[in-house]
Design a protein around this ligand. Structure first.
Ligand SMILES: [Zn+2]
Length: 415
């Protein structure tokens, strides 16, 4: 029997109600949210989502790190098709970052089951516990990392907040046992689809409501230190100096200028600089800076870092500066799965939703989930490209477009 044509309508007012109700938990700065993992606001938000998942007809459970799963069994069994995102926020962040992806999955799965009955493959709605690092800066995708089995023994005691409290203690405080973290691992997922706000200006620039994501960018953070010779700012002639600030200035121009010349989607950012001794009349002894460089394609990613390194080495040698660079973390580019890209693309085309295909310049849980299953993402336009601020906003028509595209892809994958 041929599958019935996919056709679902969504009530924008009902979706807005969910966004505002969830956004009221930990509400901050008017339209913002302050919701850190394992804080009381987080507990309340997950409890509300559990209630909503139950009302949507899914079987709800919390895993060992506090991720929330709502499952609908499939008539033919097999691996599950999963959709969701995270509910923790920046401090303060907006109502949409992460939360919209959980709501979208919930709304889509509920509508699919109501319209077409149980799927062939199991479907699950996922509310991940932690993505932002806003309470534990080194948690590193705590929720999705637990699902992929990448949290090492002892990590829970080593991941600390600003006051030195461990994430293990925070888990204990909400009734979760860090010793059980390995139980959160899943190896029975067929696909993970994440709807997320774009968090940048590309969709607005292209005048489109949604994007199908081709890949998630690779991100490398490097700490670079240049050491010269500290001396008198007046008595030392320019040609005899070993000035790390002058070397830094040339590097900054060269590195950022290189990414600029490469054009989209390459990006290079120097976000922090430290100078010692940082005084007006002293040629500095050393300058350290951070280098954040990203590209979504593996070859270009490697080339970008190679060029950066060659530039810095040449400038440092010419200026007599000692150069050290330390890679602080390196998340390689994650291509989205071709079959999921196809499902999302066909869904958008069949629904008449105009879209662009683009890479994600931000990191996402999907990057982690790619270690255990094929992944794909849908982006929804962000007003003025704003995110990680209470001003973050996506319009209801854009959100409905995104949910329709997501639901159509879930239908193709699970029914
Ligand atoms: Zn997010």
């Amino acid at each position: 029997m041929p599958q019935p044509a996919f056709d679902l309508t969504f009530d924008p007012a009902a979706i807005e109600h969910l966004i505002l109700t969830l956004g009221a938990i930990g509400a901050h700065s008017g339209t913002g949210v302050w919701r850190r993992v394992y804080d009381p606001e987080w507990v309340a938000a997950q409890a509300l989502l559990a209630e909503w998942m139950g009302q949507a007809g899914t079987v709800v459970r919390q895993d060992a790190v506090g991720n929330l799963w709502g499952r609908v069994e499939g008539t033919e069994g097999g691996k599950a098709v999963v959709s969701g995102s995270h509910i923790d926020s920046q401090c303060p962040g907006g109502r949409y970052d992460g939360a919209l992806g959980v709501i979208a999955a919930l709304v889509a799965v509920k509508a699919l089951v109501a319209a077409y009955g149980p799927p062939k493959r199991p479907m699950e709605v996922l509310s991940l516990c932690e993505e932002e690092g806003s309470r534990f800066p080194t948690a590193g995708f705590w929720g999705s990392r637990a699902i992929t089995g990448r949290i090492a023994h002892g990590d829970a005691d080593r991941v600390l907040d600003a006051q030195g409290n461990s994430i293990a203690a925070a888990m204990n405080s909400v009734g979760l046992d860090p010793g059980l973290i390995p139980n959160a691992r899943r190896n029975d997922l067929a696909a993970f689809l994440e709807l997320h706000i774009e968090q940048g200006p590309v969709l607005e620039d292209a005048d489109r409501s949604v994007a199908v994501v081709s890949a998630i960018t690779g991100i490398r953070h490097t700490k670079v230190t240049l050491v010269g010779e500290q001396n008198h700012a007046g008595a030392f002639p320019m040609d005899l100096r070993r000035d790390p600030m002058a070397g830094f200035a040339e590097m900054a121009g060269g590195l950022v200028g290189h990414a600029h010349r490469l054009g989209r989607p390459a990006v290079t950012t120097i976000g922090r600089i430290e100078v010692w001794p940082n005084a007006p009349a002293i040629i500095p002894r050393d300058v350290s800076f951070t280098l954040d460089a990203r590209h979504p394609r593996a070859d270009d990613y490697a080339a970008l870092h190679q060029t950066h390194h060659a530039m810095m080495a040449e400038i440092a040698a010419r200026r007599g500066l000692a150069l050290t660079s330390e890679v602080q973390f390196d998340l390689p580019p994650t291509p989205c799965d071709p079959a999921i890209i196809a499902a999302l693309t066909q869904s958008a085309q069949a629904l008449g939703v105009a879209f662009v295909e683009m890479a994600s310049g931000a990191g996402h849980d999907s990057q982690q989930m790619a270690a255990i299953c094929p992944v794909g993402m849908v982006f929804v336009r962000s007003k003025d490209g704003r995110s990680h601020t209470p001003e973050e906003f996506s319009s209801l028509p854009d959100i409905v477009d995104g949910i329709r595209v997501l639901a159509g892809a879930l239908y193709r994958l699970a029914y």
